[in-house]
Design a protein around this ligand. Structure first.
Ligand code: NOJ
Length: 766
């Protein structure tokens, strides 16, 4: 009822189009018309109503963190008195409509709710897990998957996704490496821009766009020893040069919200980190959206040993720039009192409310709070053929061909017999992966089905399980356990392998083996998978291994002996069809690794953009000694380097050239290379551009990705590819703590992965 009064009060006109162009940074979230409305609304809000806007509650018991106190019914009551600003895990047109009606029609001011959800790689139509999508190095693909996720989620009432997750990580033990997918800040930044554009487009007020969340701010991907939620300890230099750039990219692209991290950094939990939230994000970068905590992180300030109780924690969090409290009930219980007691300045609260209302206006919620909850649209929009076709296309692009030693691939569809081996091959659930939103259990096209769909009628396809995998896969509830495999599946698998022309063997990880709370000390294949592989190889050398996993797997014997090996990750709804597209040559693989694959877990953290150290290789006279940076029982090198990936054709790089041999600070230089398809098939190649700054005020990495292009070439075709270099390309956060380039000698390198590169040098002058 009061909604109408409010509407009149705030004026119903909403005639301008909101534009969130990435080039115009965060000033784009500011529109005078909206600011006026926000201010008018703020003026008539009571303190309790203001505090209400700062609370984010889970609406069902579909929890994605430790269980909240209280009961759901009581929490719904809060909606009626304006006590909740947003809800999470309430999905579906009907449920969101109900909750929205309670908030809008019963509360005094009728301020609409936002509905947040972890729409990470699709809503109902599931796309490849992020590590896979990043492996496509295909920005259009990333934008498409985010766009479709937004279209589906928005039709089901969700107007806010907790994505993209953009935590740089160098540690395959950390289960959440599946979510950000890379050790490289440049690659993640590019993907971030594409995903934010996909979720929000240039018009956040459209009814099929949703607000994005850049998370987790900051350094969550550096959890010590790869153990989730662990403390982190990184230097300011690493923070600024490696961890923050994707967040800057996200806010520049107009991401409406940022989520703080669970961890402490320099002893201060991220939720109470004034430097990170106020100084960097809000002041230096001019971020005008709002900061939401992660689940329960205000409450967790107590066990962190930072705030002695929830009341103080709430004060610490809001003063340090936190705007919205997810599931701690800290603001709800204590903030009004803190303000009344003069411990928190009302202006701090006003500021937080202003940011949240701003985003609600941007979403068009005041114009029509029910615009996202349309049952008919939901019915017609989810899981359409068109969306599944897009998921298949992105999945094809996300695979990385790691080995094709005997040119076994691509396979003929007319082959007489194929033995398909491995529990994962017949698994319709694992490809849906972690964070599956409304993706249905067991709904993916399995590898076995994909193969059966692809081959000729005459081809015999035999299947054997071969091994058992983890059980207890229930999302977020049960512990994963890795049962003893008694090896009873091996015999049958070996038998069918011995009688087949080709063996396709699926190995890897179960769908929930990576993800939140899923860290491991051992990142090799679990159970008896390797033993099975070796036994099958004894009876048939024509083995194609299809790896399905969410983290890099360290298994040298497999990589060094598999005749063909395709890294397929967890590819989503259309996994099996997409893998078959690659195995049978309907698509020429083009993915490149977004992470270094270790040989051994003991090498972790392992990353290509490391520093050189003072003892990088044995110096003259040192040969044969141990006095250099290395292991005595393993190589320093990864199994596969960052950026690596093969194709069914081959590419040759030549004629690396510069537009001039040196440049001054304010100038630009162009570096170009020729790339030729020297094989027999058309194919796509990711041309990668790296730099090295040889001497600087703080030592710089041996290589840093600064550009890439995915190009397609017909057999024999040659293309010239160019990258522009300016002081922004060469800049970094140095000893003076200012982002800028420093004069000196740089190497510029271009190639098809981070190891095989053509290199040239040039000088940057003052
Ligand atoms: C905890 C996770 O860390 C975060 O990424 C997620 O968005 C929230 N739970 C909400 O589910």
């Amino acid at each position: 009822m009061f909604y109408n009064i409010l509407k009149t009060l705030l004026s119903v006109t909403f005639l301008f189009v909101l534009s969130l162009q990435s080039s115009q940074a965060q000033t784009q979230l500011i529109y005078p018309e909206i600011e006026e409305k926000v201010d008018s609304l703020l003026k008539i809000m009571t303190l309790e109503e203001k505090v209400g806007q700062l609370n984010l509650h889970t609406g069902t018991w579909d929890i994605t963190g430790p269980k909240p106190e209280g009961n759901a019914a009581e929490r719904y009551k809060l909606l009626s008195n304006g006590g909740v600003g947003a809800m999470l895990n309430v999905v579906g047109a009907e449920a969101t409509l109900n909750a929205q009606q309670i908030a809008v029609e019963n509360s005094r001011l009728g301020i609409p709710l936002m509905f947040g959800y972890d729409v990470i790689h699709g809503y109902k139509t599931i796309f490849p897990v992020p590590i896979a999508e990043v492996a496509s190095w295909d920005l259009k693909a990333a934008e498409t998957s985010a766009r479709i996720a937004a279209i589906e989620a928005a039709a089901a009432g969700v107007n806010w996704t907790f994505a993209p997750m953009i935590d740089v990580s160098r540690d395959a033990r950390w289960g959440r490496i599946v979510e950000s997918g890379s050790e490289d800040p440049f690659l993640i930044s590019e993907m971030t821009r594409a995903r934010v554009a996909g979720f929000q487009t240039e018009d956040l007020s459209a009814n099929n766009t949703i607000a994005a969340t850049a998370k987790h701010f900051a350094a969550y991907g550096f959890a010590e020893a790869g153990r989730d939620y662990n403390t982190i300890d990184v230097s300011k230099n690493t923070l600024h040069n490696m961890i923050l750039p994707p967040f800057k990219a996200a806010t520049d692209a107009g991401a409406a919200t940022v989520m703080s991290a669970f961890n402490d950094i320099w002893g201060i939990p991220a939720t109470a980190h004034d430097y990170l939230q106020n100084d960097i994000l809000k002041n230096e970068w001019g971020f005008n959206g709002f900061i939401v905590t992660d689940w329960g992180t205000i409450r967790q300030l107590v066990p962190h040993g930072y705030s002695p109780n929830l009341r103080t924690g709430s004060k610490d969090a809001i003063i340090a720039g936190t705007d919205m409290d997810m599931e701690s009930e800290g603001f709800q219980r204590h903030l009004a009192d803190l303000v009344n007691n003069g411990e928190v300045d009302i202006e701090i609260v006003n500021n937080a409310v202003r940011r949240i209302l701003r985003v609600k206006y941007l979403l068009g919620l005041f114009e029509d709070p029910y615009r996202y909850s349309d049952a008919e649209r939901e019915e017609n929009t989810l899981y359409t053929d068109e969306h599944r076709a897009a998921a298949r296309d992105v999945a094809r692009k996300s695979m990385v061909l790691m080995e094709n030693r005997t040119n076994l691939l691509p396979l003929s569809k007319e082959v007489n017999s194929i033995a398909v081996i491995g529990t994962l091959a017949d698994d319709k659930d694992s490809p849906i992966g972690t964070w599956r939103a409304q993706g249905e259990a067991n709904s993916a096209v399995s590898l076995l089905e994909g193969i059966q769909n692809a081959v000729s009628k005459e081809t015999e396809v035999h299947y054997a399980e071969g091994y058992t995998l983890a059980e207890g896969r229930k999302n977020f509830v049960s512990e994963l356990n890795f049962p003893e495999d008694d090896g009873s599946g091996i015999e049958e698998a070996v038998e069918i392998a011995g009688n087949a022309d080709i063996v396709i063997m699926a190995l890897g990880e179960e769908g929930f083996q990576s993800g939140e709370g899923r860290s491991q000390v051992d990142i090799s294949l679990k159970g008896r998978q390797l033993e099975l592989f070796k036994k099958v190889m004894e009876v048939n050398p024509n083995v194609v291994v299809v790896l399905m996993n969410g983290r890099p797997i360290a298994e040298p014997e497999l990589y060094e002996n598999a005749p063909s090996l395709l890294e397929a990750w967890h590819l989503g709804s259309e996994a099996g069809n997409a893998i078959a597209d690659v195995l049978f040559g309907d698509y020429n693989p083009s993915g490149k690794l977004p992470v270094s694959v270790p040989r051994h877990v003991g090498q972790v953290p392992i990353y290509y953009n490391h520093k050189n150290t003072g003892r990088p290789v044995p110096q003259q006279g040192d040969a044969g000694t141990v006095f250099w940076s290395h292991y005595t029982d393993e190589s320093n090198d990864p199994q596969y380097p960052f950026g690596y990936g093969l194709s069914y054709t081959s590419f040759e790089y030549s004629d690396l050239r510069l537009s001039k041999p040196s440049m001054a600070m304010e100038e630009e230089i162009t570096v170009s290379v020729n790339v030729t398809n020297t094989g027999e098939r058309a194919g796509e190649e990711v041309v990668q551009f790296y730099i090295r700054d040889h001497f600087a005020s703080t030592v710089r990495p041996v290589k840093e990705l600064k550009g890439f292009r995915k190009i397609s070439l017909d057999p024999g075709e040659k293309k010239s590819v160019s990258f522009t270099v300016n002081s922004n390309t060469l800049g970094f956060f140095g000893a003076d703590e200012i982002f800028k380039a420093e004069a000196g000698i740089f190497s510029l390198m271009i190639g098809g992965n981070s190891t095989d590169l053509l290199s040239t040098e040039f000088e940057l002058t003052e």
